[in-house]
Design a protein around this ligand. Structure first.
Ligand SMILES: [Zn+2]
Length: 299
């Protein structure tokens, strides 16, 4: 025998859902509007139930606990408002996904978009599972930036194989690009302006570039006493060096060639060497925002 739910047993309800030992008397219309799976289930259940006893159709829900389901109903029923929190989001997503409550998944996605920084790993796990594009990209920035820490968390194993490989690949690419930063010295495909005296300008550029690497190594050594720098810290050192490098030359008279070298060519070289880095979405307008690498969901 099941007991009636104290929160969600509506006398005017027209369907009974049984979860573990609890009966919920609910409204078919209401659930059908929110969930495609329930809509289909009810259309079968009612035609099947046209019996003489006037009993309400009963449906067993087997894959969740009565408490979690009660909470879930409190979220979707308008009078008893429950909001999404870190404590209920996993179960809400699971039930919401299984029974196709799109509004619940949308609410979960919204929650994660504004809270992912509080729990980047769980945000990545959930956005991986339920295809939340923005959250996936944003939380991957923070997970990649502290990968050693997050890898030791047993939850890391809950990421899909695809996401784990994408994370490791991105991290490895970055590690390689840091150790091969000097290969940037071999400049390829920089086309000088037709009026430029090529040999002299090449020598100048070499001199500038040498200054950049000196600056970089100096800063890197003072910051790196056997501590492995996070990718965002490493990149900020590189950006800082580039800015100083630029500002040293900004007052000089720039030829068209110089201009293209500093503004287009170098930026392109660095992006193709290190891959894309960008700030968190909600910090983009912030001056001095940290830059992170990331992975993205692909269809
Ligand atoms: Zn030139």
């Amino acid at each position: 025998m099941s007991q009636k739910s104290s929160l969600h047993y509506y006398e005017d309800g027209d369907v009974i859902l049984i979860v573990q030992d609890t009966a919920f008397c609910l409204h078919q219309n209401y659930l059908s509007m929110a969930s495609k799976v329930f809509r289909d289930m009810f259309s079968c259940a009612t035609s099947y139930m046209a019996d003489e006893l006037h009993e309400l159709p009963r449906i067993n829900i087997t894959d969740t606990s009565s408490l979690a389901f009660e909470n879930f109903l409190s979220f979707i029923y308008p009078q008893k408002f429950v909001s999404i929190t870190w404590d209920n989001i996993e179960e809400f997503c699971r039930i919401g996904d299984k029974y196709e409550f799109s509004s619940v998944l949308e609410a979960a996605e919204k929650f994660l978009e504004s809270h992912f920084h509080e729990n980047p790993l769980l945000s990545l796990i959930l956005s991986d599972r339920y295809y939340f594009n923005i959250v996936y990209k944003e939380s991957s920035k923070l997970v990649l930036n502290e990968l050693q820490k997050y890898r030791q968390n047993s939850q890391f194993l809950l990421l899909s194989y695809k996401t784990k490989s994408a994370i490791f690949e991105r991290y490895l690419d970055f590690t390689i690009s840091i150790t091969t930063i000097r290969s940037l010295k071999q400049r390829k495909n920089f086309k000088h302006h037709s009026l430029c005296s090529l040999t002299k300008h090449d020598q100048e550029i070499n001199k500038w570039y040498e200054t950049f690497f000196e600056k970089y190594e100096m800063l890197n050594n003072t910051n790196n006493n056997n501590i492995m720098l996070s990718p965002s810290k490493s990149i900020s050192i590189i950006i800082k060096c580039l800015m100083e490098f630029w500002s040293d030359y900004i007052n000089g008279t720039w030829s068209e060639c110089d201009y293209r070298f500093f503004n287009d060519y170098l930026a392109e070289q660095f992006v193709s060497h290190f891959g894309n880095f960008e700030p968190l979405k909600n910090e983009k307008s912030k001056k001095d925002a940290e830059h992170y690498m990331f992975i993205e969901l692909k269809d």
